[in-house]
Design a binder for this molecule. Structure first.
Ligand code: IDP
Ligand code: MG
Length: 149
Protein backbone atom coordinates (compact mmCIF):
# COMPACT_ATOMS: atom_id res chain seq x y z
CA UNK A 1 0.00 0.00 0.00
CA UNK A 2 1.40 3.44 -0.90
CA UNK A 3 2.12 5.98 1.85
CA UNK A 4 2.07 9.77 1.57
CA UNK A 5 3.04 12.50 4.02
CA UNK A 6 0.53 15.34 4.24
CA UNK A 7 1.48 18.57 6.01
CA UNK A 8 -1.32 20.99 6.86
CA UNK A 9 0.91 24.06 6.70
CA UNK A 10 0.97 27.01 9.15
CA UNK A 11 -1.38 29.18 7.08
CA UNK A 12 -4.02 26.44 6.98
CA UNK A 13 -3.79 25.74 10.74
CA UNK A 14 -3.93 29.48 11.54
CA UNK A 15 -6.95 29.94 9.24
CA UNK A 16 -8.87 27.10 10.90
CA UNK A 17 -8.83 24.93 7.77
CA UNK A 18 -7.34 21.82 9.45
CA UNK A 19 -10.67 20.01 9.69
CA UNK A 20 -11.79 20.96 6.17
CA UNK A 21 -8.52 19.72 4.67
CA UNK A 22 -8.48 16.48 6.69
CA UNK A 23 -12.13 15.89 5.74
CA UNK A 24 -11.25 15.90 2.06
CA UNK A 25 -8.55 13.22 2.41
CA UNK A 26 -10.82 11.08 4.58
CA UNK A 27 -13.69 11.45 2.13
CA UNK A 28 -11.37 10.44 -0.72
CA UNK A 29 -10.90 7.09 1.03
CA UNK A 30 -7.31 7.40 2.22
CA UNK A 31 -6.59 5.69 5.56
CA UNK A 32 -4.98 7.72 8.37
CA UNK A 33 -2.08 5.82 9.94
CA UNK A 34 -0.47 8.72 11.85
CA UNK A 35 -1.38 12.27 12.85
CA UNK A 36 0.00 14.97 15.18
CA UNK A 37 0.31 18.74 15.74
CA UNK A 38 3.96 19.81 15.80
CA UNK A 39 6.22 22.82 15.57
CA UNK A 40 8.67 21.98 12.75
CA UNK A 41 12.31 22.64 13.67
CA UNK A 42 14.60 24.46 11.26
CA UNK A 43 16.65 21.26 10.97
CA UNK A 44 13.65 19.14 9.98
CA UNK A 45 12.39 21.84 7.58
CA UNK A 46 15.74 22.00 5.80
CA UNK A 47 15.85 18.22 5.54
CA UNK A 48 12.28 18.02 4.22
CA UNK A 49 12.87 20.71 1.58
CA UNK A 50 16.50 19.77 0.83
CA UNK A 51 15.70 19.32 -2.89
CA UNK A 52 14.82 23.05 -3.04
CA UNK A 53 18.01 24.18 -1.20
CA UNK A 54 19.42 26.05 -4.21
CA UNK A 55 16.16 27.72 -5.20
CA UNK A 56 15.73 31.46 -4.51
CA UNK A 57 12.64 30.84 -2.36
CA UNK A 58 14.34 28.29 -0.04
CA UNK A 59 14.82 30.76 2.83
CA UNK A 60 11.24 31.97 2.78
CA UNK A 61 9.98 28.39 2.40
CA UNK A 62 11.83 27.28 5.56
CA UNK A 63 10.61 30.42 7.43
CA UNK A 64 7.02 29.69 6.33
CA UNK A 65 6.94 26.05 7.39
CA UNK A 66 8.60 26.79 10.77
CA UNK A 67 6.57 29.94 11.49
CA UNK A 68 3.69 28.34 13.42
CA UNK A 69 2.41 24.80 14.18
CA UNK A 70 1.52 22.33 11.46
CA UNK A 71 -0.51 19.13 11.45
CA UNK A 72 1.33 16.19 9.89
CA UNK A 73 -0.63 13.20 8.66
CA UNK A 74 0.55 9.88 7.25
CA UNK A 75 -1.96 8.39 4.82
CA UNK A 76 -2.13 5.00 3.20
CA UNK A 77 -4.12 3.86 0.18
CA UNK A 78 -4.22 2.68 -3.39
CA UNK A 79 -2.29 5.24 -5.47
CA UNK A 80 -2.11 7.43 -2.36
CA UNK A 81 0.55 9.74 -3.85
CA UNK A 82 -1.31 10.63 -7.04
CA UNK A 83 -4.72 10.68 -5.35
CA UNK A 84 -3.57 13.05 -2.59
CA UNK A 85 -1.81 15.39 -5.02
CA UNK A 86 -4.98 15.50 -7.10
CA UNK A 87 -6.99 16.49 -4.03
CA UNK A 88 -4.35 19.14 -3.16
CA UNK A 89 -4.15 20.77 -6.61
CA UNK A 90 -1.38 22.55 -8.53
CA UNK A 91 1.53 24.15 -6.62
CA UNK A 92 0.45 27.64 -7.69
CA UNK A 93 -3.07 28.09 -6.24
CA UNK A 94 -3.99 30.55 -8.99
CA UNK A 95 -3.56 27.69 -11.46
CA UNK A 96 -5.10 25.01 -9.23
CA UNK A 97 -8.46 23.67 -10.40
CA UNK A 98 -11.61 24.59 -8.51
CA UNK A 99 -12.57 21.66 -6.31
CA UNK A 100 -8.98 21.13 -5.14
CA UNK A 101 -7.83 22.36 -1.71
CA UNK A 102 -5.52 25.00 -3.18
CA UNK A 103 -8.02 25.94 -5.89
CA UNK A 104 -10.77 26.46 -3.33
CA UNK A 105 -8.90 28.12 -0.45
CA UNK A 106 -5.60 29.72 -1.60
CA UNK A 107 -4.24 32.44 -3.87
CA UNK A 108 -0.43 32.48 -3.61
CA UNK A 109 2.33 29.89 -4.10
CA UNK A 110 4.03 30.84 -0.81
CA UNK A 111 0.75 30.32 1.10
CA UNK A 112 -0.54 27.14 -0.53
CA UNK A 113 -1.86 25.44 2.61
CA UNK A 114 -0.77 21.83 2.23
CA UNK A 115 2.09 19.49 1.29
CA UNK A 116 1.78 16.04 -0.24
CA UNK A 117 4.64 13.69 -1.16
CA UNK A 118 5.46 13.59 -4.88
CA UNK A 119 6.62 9.98 -5.45
CA UNK A 120 6.21 6.54 -3.90
CA UNK A 121 9.83 6.63 -2.72
CA UNK A 122 9.51 10.12 -1.22
CA UNK A 123 6.27 9.11 0.50
CA UNK A 124 8.15 6.42 2.43
CA UNK A 125 11.10 8.72 3.19
CA UNK A 126 8.99 11.70 4.30
CA UNK A 127 6.69 9.63 6.55
CA UNK A 128 9.83 8.23 8.21
CA UNK A 129 11.29 11.76 8.59
CA UNK A 130 8.22 13.00 10.48
CA UNK A 131 7.05 9.89 12.37
CA UNK A 132 8.72 7.28 14.55
CA UNK A 133 7.54 3.81 13.57
CA UNK A 134 5.91 3.59 17.04
CA UNK A 135 3.66 6.57 16.15
CA UNK A 136 2.20 4.80 13.12
CA UNK A 137 -0.78 2.48 13.47
CA UNK A 138 -1.26 -0.54 11.26
CA UNK A 139 -5.02 -1.14 11.12
CA UNK A 140 -7.93 -2.09 8.91
CA UNK A 141 -11.14 -0.10 8.61
CA UNK A 142 -14.46 -1.89 8.34
CA UNK A 143 -15.01 0.22 5.23
CA UNK A 144 -11.75 -0.85 3.54
CA UNK A 145 -13.44 -3.52 1.33
CA UNK A 146 -15.81 -0.79 0.08
CA UNK A 147 -12.90 1.47 -0.87
CA UNK A 148 -10.05 -0.92 -1.83
CA UNK A 149 -11.09 -3.59 -4.36
P1 IDP B 1 4.48 21.09 -4.19
O1 IDP B 1 4.25 21.55 -2.76
O2 IDP B 1 3.24 21.30 -5.03
O3 IDP B 1 5.01 19.68 -4.30
P2 IDP B 1 7.18 22.03 -4.86
O4 IDP B 1 7.61 22.40 -6.23
O5 IDP B 1 7.69 20.75 -4.30
O6 IDP B 1 5.57 22.07 -4.83
O7 IDP B 1 7.58 23.22 -3.91
C1 IDP B 1 7.52 23.06 -2.49
C2 IDP B 1 6.90 24.29 -1.89
O8 IDP B 1 7.77 25.39 -2.09
C3 IDP B 1 5.56 24.72 -2.51
O9 IDP B 1 4.44 24.02 -1.99
C4 IDP B 1 5.53 26.19 -2.15
O10 IDP B 1 5.11 26.37 -0.80
C5 IDP B 1 7.00 26.58 -2.28
N1 IDP B 1 7.32 27.11 -3.61
C6 IDP B 1 7.50 26.41 -4.75
N2 IDP B 1 7.81 27.21 -5.78
C7 IDP B 1 7.81 28.46 -5.25
C8 IDP B 1 8.09 29.75 -5.82
O11 IDP B 1 8.36 29.92 -7.02
N3 IDP B 1 8.01 30.82 -4.95
C9 IDP B 1 7.71 30.67 -3.62
N4 IDP B 1 7.46 29.47 -3.06
C10 IDP B 1 7.52 28.40 -3.87
MG1 MG C 1 6.86 18.96 -3.66
Amino acid sequence: MERTLIIIKPDAVQRGLTGEILRRFEARGLRIIGMKLIQVSRELAEKHYDIHRERPFFGSLVSYITSSPVVVIALEGTNAIEAARGTIGATNPTKAAAGTIRGDFALEIGRNLVHGSDSVENGQIEVANFFDESELVSWQRNTDPWIFE
